[in-house]
Design a protein around this ligand. Sequence first.
Ligand code: NAP
Length: 260
Amino acid sequence: MIPDAPRAEISRGRVVVTGASRGIGAAIVRALRERGAQVLAVGRDADALDRLAHETGAWIAAVDLRAPGAPARVVEVARDALGGVDGLVQSAGVIRYQGVGAIDAAAVDEQVGVNLVAPLMLAQALAPELRATRGAIVNVASTLATRPAPLTAVYSATKAAMLAWTRVFAVELAPDVRVNAIAPGVVDTAMVRQPRLAPGEPLPDAPERLVEAQLEALRALHPLGRLGAPEDVAAAVVFLLDASWVTGAVLNVDGGLTAC
Ligand SMILES: NC(=O)c1ccc[n+]([C@@H]2O[C@H](COP(=O)([O-])OP(=O)(O)OC[C@H]3O[C@@H](n4cnc5c(N)ncnc54)[C@H](OP(=O)(O)O)[C@@H]3O)[C@@H](O)[C@H]2O)c1
């Protein structure tokens, strides 16, 4: 073995997962628990986290990641519950579909807070723990960081910023901590099951039909012919947690969306 080589098998270690109450984050918790990892699942919805804890045996922490002191709180709970941290997976995120002319300051604050400030500050807060264990960070960004779609200016900007700081952290924390990102295409979760309305466009009588039509159009953009499942992203997270010579990388997990 090479002295001081980065560790492999972090996906079987002690991992903090944000955005864990549903969607992609919950699938990541399940995948890591199946591999025998000790997981601290972080979200806001305490009932959903309770259900996940019963199902998977994960530790849970109900924390609003925008609240003052949230990073320190997660570090404290992680130390108490896990006794140390080998991996951090950041899946918490929020999107507000707003077109030019309808972008409001509250939605900007929320998306910048959850998608940019919170993960950057949590990565910083956990960096000493991760240095001590020669651990890894995986950030869940989006293909929207590089591939534009209407109504997503603020969200896309926050995810592009996430890719930027992922690379900077990768350089600063090397050789101790690997830092990578995943850029998912459209994954079938609650996040994308909301109507996307142009500025001034009224909500139709049957919004669920509009959502289905929108999802069908999005599906057609993916050469692999289907939307992603949360498990598709979870498998990539496991890969990046354990990929011992990969840092500062962005892995597209997008059914070929960005290939065309
Ligand atoms: N679905 C897609 O097509 C897609 C595509 C590309 C990238 N992504 C990214 O993938 C990640 C997961 O998305 P998803 O589809 O699983 O979304 P989702 O189902 O809407 O889940 C979002 C998660 O983020 C958490 N969250 C939001 N605001 C929070 C806050 N202030 N504090 C703590 N937790 C907060 C939510 O927790 P609570 O419910 O408990 O508040 C929830 O667990 C996000 O970063 C998203 O941007 C998704």
